[in-house]
Design a protein around this ligand. Structure first.
Ligand SMILES: O=C1O[C@H]([C@@H](O)CO)C(O)=C1O
Length: 576
């Protein structure tokens, strides 16, 4: 009897121990925190061989890649060591569900982080995929403050494709003038346009032609190792997942790998029905995963190239090296880099946009009908002699106190309380010509969306203020993904075009282009309490007013961190 009791006690003890270990494991798996400590500062760097001030994170541009797993909490403690400049960092593609104050959008969701201050960003990454982070204060992004976020699926979940290795690159365009000089030119009379970029960077490396700068100045040095091309080394016969993102200030790009096809499998964090491309068209703010097999002649290297499309290119192609192990990583490809597609042919770009469909087995179908449709006419305008961009003839300006705080604390005088226009003069507006009257007005009013309603947005492109010109605009929505229901050419016909929507397997994205003289139709659920920016991801265009703000469910927003409240009328609010 005693023996049996003792046996039972031991068994119970062991069971309890097992249970405890299991619970501890579950807790660790559930509450994993990815902690990053960053210092942001200006440093002299030569990403394209030309020395200029670059914003670095812990000494690097692009900054460190954030690696996390679905469900993790990411904490980034950022110290602003820019000395003379404010700062804010946006986590592009992360929806910030329940944490609208952590979106990092200066003027919309937070006050800027002052020089010398440290700000703690804390948010959950709730979906696997490829995302980005970048500055969201003024035009600071193009000074070099950007990087990748890579979220792997939760334990036990598998992806619908296989590969041996995972790599990330960010494509960018690069200017030699400071962001101050550019922003001031754009906000001046006469208007000083930023022009085409000086070079294109692949993972932070490009090549400016130094022969155009006096060599004695020492500003440009073609043999500086900082501007040697980015090298991606591959092992023959292995499969690679390459996560390609664009954070250009202006340029739409085409990306290609000499001698290799790319199979597109992911876009903006969503699996897509695989399709094969030679040229991947990519717009600022977009991310794609492509699969590549290293199945070409292993005795040589190959070029990876990127070039400007959609605007008359004045910038040489960006080059990187696809290095087949064990060839020397710096050995050039023996053949000429592949020329990209013709810059002014919109058709293949529209075709790629239309080819992207949600992957079978991962389709999230949109509500069959929407509660509301808002049409956004994209135009270039004049406001009091200044050159601006506008939506429905309203050019956006940011208030001094962030909307999120103003809304939460009911500070109604902080911004215009009227409702901005939800459409344009559809009958009479000619999208193919410069408008008769190009004048617009400045306004900081916001669109109020009913919480949980389904909203359709039609982006309508038009002619700019130059004859025969319509520019491609990549639009990025904060706080949500949207379904892309369709693209078309010409004027969107609200009576007929909705019948052509793809409601079966539309892709979800957070950034989407509206092509030249075309339209793009989006649908999303206004189910994330907060205040969210929707804007053209071209740095200068947003600076010139090309954006809108949505508010939804503000009454459901919980306590906001006082750290976002250091400016304007937000000052001192939120403190206990
Ligand atoms: O905003 C812009 O201004 C120029 C041009 O329209 C006027 O110089 C351009 O190409 C833009 O995208």
């Amino acid at each position: 009897m005693v023996e049996i009791l003792q046996y039972r006690r031991i068994m119970l003890k062991q069971l309890a121990l097992c249970l405890l270990t299991f619970l501890m494991f579950v807790q660790i798996a559930e509450a994993r925190i990815r902690y990053y400590k960053w210092e942001v500062k200006y440093e002299y760097k030569s990403p394209d061989c030309y020395k200029k001030l670059v914003i670095t994170i812990n000494g690097r541009s692009p900054g460190p890649t954030i690696l996390a797993q679905e469900g993790d909490t990411v904490i980034v403690e950022v110290k602003n060591s820019l000395m003379l400049e404010n700062l804010a960092i946006h986590w592009h593609g992360i929806r910030q569900i329940g944490t609208p104050g952590m979106d990092g959008t200066e003027g919309v969701t937070q006050c800027p982080v002052l020089p010398g201050d440290t700000f703690k960003y804390e948010f959950k990454v709730d979906r696997p995929g490829t995302y980005l982070y970048h500055a969201h204060y003024g035009m600071q992004r193009e000074a070099g403050l950007y990087g990748s976020i890579r979220v792997s699926p939760a334990d036990g979940k598998t992806e619908p494709f296989a590969y041996d290795y995972d790599r990330s690159i960010i494509l960018n365009d690069w200017y030699h003038k400071s962001t101050y000089e550019q922003a001031t030119g754009l906000s001046s009379i006469p208007f000083v346009w930023v022009g085409e970029p000086q070079s294109l960077l692949i993972q932070g490396r490009g090549k400016f032609d130094c022969s155009s700068t006096p060599s004695a100045s020492g500003v440009c040095n073609a043999s500086n190792p900082e501007c040697s091309p980015y090298v991606m080394t591959v092992i023959p016969e292995k499969w690679y997942r390459l996560r390609v993102a664009s954070l250009t200030a202006l340029s739409a790009l085409s990306f290609q790998i000499e001698g290799h096809n790319m199979t597109v499998v992911e876009a903006d964090g969503h699996y897509v029905e695989p399709f094969v491309v030679k040229n991947l068209f990519i717009y600022s703010g977009e991310t794609y995963s492509v699969l590549i097999k290293a199945d070409q002649d292993p005795l040589r290297n190959y070029w990876m190239t990127t070039n400007v499309v959609g605007r008359l290119p004045n910038t040489t192609a960006g080059l990187a090296i696809l290095n087949y192990y064990p060839n020397h990583p710096r050995r050039s490809s023996p053949t000429a880099p592949p020329a990209g597609p013709i810059w002014n042919d919109t058709a293949p770009r529209l075709a790629q946009s239309q080819a992207i469909k949600a992957r079978q087995g991962f389709i999230s179908t949109p509500p069959a009908i929407s509660d509301r449709t808002i049409v956004f006419l994209n135009t270039q305008n004049k406001v009091n002699g200044y050159t601006r961009w506008a939506v429905n003839n309203v050019s956006f300006t940011l208030p001094h106190t962030p909307y999120l705080v103003a809304e939460k604390y009911n500070l109604r005088h902080v911004f215009n309380q009227s409702s901005p226009p939800t459409g344009y003069d559809f009958q009479n507006y000619d999208i193919y010509n410069v408008a008769n009257n190009t004048n617009a007005t400045l306004n900081n009013a916001i669109y109020r969306l009913q919480f949980n309603s389904t909203v359709d947005i039609i982006l309508q492109n038009a002619n700019s203020m130059s004859n025969n010109t319509s520019e491609t605009h990549p639009w990025h929505l904060h706080g949500h993904d949207f379904w892309v229901l369709g693209y078309g050419t010409g004027k969107f016909d609200i009576y007929n075009d909705p019948y052509k929507y793809n409601l079966v397997n539309p892709i979800m994205k957070n950034t989407v282009p509206v092509h030249r003289y075309g339209w793009t139709a989006l649908r999303f659920k206004a189910d994330n309490p907060g205040v969210w920016l929707f804007h053209c991801h071209i740095e200068s265009h947003f600076h010139m007013g090309m954006g809108v703000v949505f508010e939804e469910g503000i009454e459901k927003v919980g306590n906001l961190p006082s750290s976002i409240m250091g400016c304007g009328e937000a000052k001192g609010l939120g403190k206990p």
